[in-house]
Design a protein around this ligand. Structure first.
Ligand SMILES: [Zn+2]
Ligand SMILES: [Zn+2]
Length: 570
């Protein structure tokens, strides 16, 4: 084998944004993939369900997958998953078919594996994924890479950092993490392990930046439980806790507290029920026999003995909490005396939805408790003090901040500088950039790989592009205007008066003059097209309608509706 002198590191998502984490390590045409996550849609992507990484760099290379003989062909060695959050595993159903081959290897912890496979059940037409289970201390060899998994605390159990030996040097990838001396239902941070890894000399550290802009130390899971307990102490009616289906630690804490205060727990919501059952089977969530009861058993207990655990912390439309607030839930209704625990750290772009949700809940005489830590990203990530400590323990030669908005990456780079790392050894990169790493140097290559948004809309992946989005913006802002002109094939004249349909632009009945002038313009455009040559170019006519009518509307209304010309020849 030819030994190359450098290793490429290519983030396809998650650097410069929160979500859709995915990274490639490439050596000698062989590629290791770390995570494959999705991102929730934003305010400026109307109608989009999810945003996933662009994997054109991989899929175009993998197309002729009958053998790796082509020297240029890259070989996807396998995919390792750090933990079971959707921003690390959620894109699998939308991307896996593009790179799948029977020999593709997957590696994940038991809980992560369980969450992935449960989700795959919703896609029965997909190939069966064979996922190898790894645990703390597992070592796997994939091509030129030797990967050791080590446990890291977060807000979900079974989260693993990666110690990767490569021909160029050792790389440490922290996964999402925080240092936690008092976790819930799992072991505290293993500093000794980190020191042992550090002794093997780390060439490059890639560390989670999500909490880099927060000072001090993140809250221990035990402290978070204590804070939640205050709400239990103050509530006399039912407690309704809204969270995320994969925020396993919060689910566990709510169950513990319910047991402590003699409450039975009802789990509401498809995804949370699924995750709960699976995590319980794997021993990652514990509950006493009889704590979890079925929805219909609720009548057998007084309100003070009931906890309802459900989805909808971010006001998701189809989630249980929204259905409760809007009285759309099949069995349950809110009532005065209920206490709802809601996340107050609203994802930007969701503010108005969550505000409306809150108001709808309060109108029903229900108490609302805000607790930031009900959110998936809150409370799970190392902050300034811990990030500094991580760098000091690992003592890497080079440092790349990963996972986070650009401002978070910059804050994390500053933290690294504060520990005394030389400026030139700290590199901030964003999605699509390529890092060239050698034992002595690190630099960003001039070329980039595609990393733009790939949007999932219903069942389609990537069929919504910039054009579709632009149309959605246009429709949302200025509405649409349809012109139907029936034209005599022989004479080239418009028959009768063109029909018009307006939606979201002007109210037709109150705009008679404007419509009259519009119709005259349409007739004129068709007439001119006919006289300018024997044959009529209908594409030209439609373009003219769009342009001229568009300008005309703008001059009269200062709006630019989407114009859809329809020409029917008879
Ligand atoms: Zn996470
Ligand atoms: Zn994450």
């Amino acid at each position: 084998m030819i030994r190359e002198k450098s290793l490429k590191i290519i983030p396809l998502g998650g650097l410069g944004e929160v979500g859709r984490n995915m990274m490639l390590l490439e050596y000698n045409e062989a590629v290791l993939i770390i995570d494959m996550g999705l991102k929730m849609p934003e305010e400026d992507t109307p109608g989009i369900d999810y945003i996933v990484p662009n994997i054109n760099y991989l899929s175009s290379l993998n197309k002729q997958s009958n053998g790796w003989r082509n020297r240029k062909q890259k070989n996807i060695l396998g995919i390792v998953f750090t933990h079971g959050h959707y921003d690390h595993i959620g894109a699998i159903p939308y991307l896996i078919e593009k790179i799948w081959s029977p020999s593709l290897q997957f590696f994940a912890s038991p809980l992560t594996r369980g969450i992935i496979l449960k989700r795959q059940e919703e896609f029965p037409e997909h190939p069966q994924l064979k996922i190898n289970e790894i645990k703390h201390g597992s070592i796997i060899e994939l091509g030129p890479f030797r990967i050791e998994f080590f446990r890291q605390n977060h807000n979900i159990p079974d989260n693993f950092g990666l110690f990767i030996e490569t021909p160029i040097g050792n790389i440490l990838h922290t996964s999402d993490f925080k240092f936690d001396l008092n976790p819930v239902n799992e072991l505290p941070t293993d500093f000794q392990k980190l020191r042992t890894l550090s002794e093997k000399k780390i060439l490059l550290l890639m560390s989670d930046s999500t909490g880099a802009e927060e000072n001090g130390h993140s809250l221990s899971e035990k402290t978070i439980e204590k804070n939640l307990e205050e709400i239990f102490q103050r509530s006399s009616g039912r407690i309704i806790a809204a969270t995320f289906a994969s925020l396993i630690n919060r689910i566990q804490q709510i169950i513990f507290l319910s047991e402590k205060y003699g409450r039975k727990v009802i789990i509401e919501g498809y995804s949370i029920k699924n995750n709960m059952e699976m995590a319980e089977k794997l021993g990652r969530i514990k509950s006493k026999k009889g704590t979890i009861i079925k929805g219909k058993e609720i009548e057998n207990y007084p309100d003070s003995k009931i906890t309802i655990l459900c989805t909808g912390a971010q006001g998701e439309n189809q989630a249980v909490l929204m259905r409760l607030a809007q009285k759309r839930h099949a069995r349950l209704r809110l009532k005065s005396g209920d206490s709802i625990i809601l996340s107050s750290s609203v994802i930007p772009g969701n503010e108005r939805t969550v505000q409306a949700l809150k108001d709808a809940i309060l109108r029903q005489g229900v108490k609302v408790f805000h607790y930031k830590m009900m959110d998936i990203h809150a409370g799970g990530h190392a902050q300034e003090q811990e990030l500094k400590e991580m760098i000091k323990i690992i003592k890497p030669k080079f440092f790349i901040p990963i996972h986070g908005q650009y401002s978070m990456l910059v804050a994390h780079a500053e933290i690294a500088r504060d520990t005394g790392m030389p400026e030139k050894n700290i590199v901030i990169i964003e999605n699509g950039q390529i890092i060239d790493l050698t034992p002595k140097t690190i630099f960003i290559k001039r070329t980039k790989v595609p990393s733009n948004y790939v949007m999932v809309d219903g069942l389609g992946v990537g069929d919504v592009g910039e054009v579709v989005l632009r149309d959605r913006h246009m429709l949302a802002r200025d509405g649409m205007f349809v012109i139907v002109a029936v034209v005599d094939k022989q004479s080239g004249k418009v028959i009768g008066s063109p029909d018009v349909i307006s939606r979201g632009f002007i109210y037709l009945r109150e705009s008679k003059q404007l419509l009259k002038e519009t119709r005259q313009q349409v007739i004129k455009i068709v007439d001119q097209a006919v006289t300018s040559g024997g044959m009529i170019n209908w594409i030209y006519v439609k373009d003219e309608m769009r342009n001229k009518i568009g300008q005309f509307f703008y001059s009269k209304t200062k709006r630019r509706p989407m114009i859809l010309p329809v020409v029917i020849e008879v």
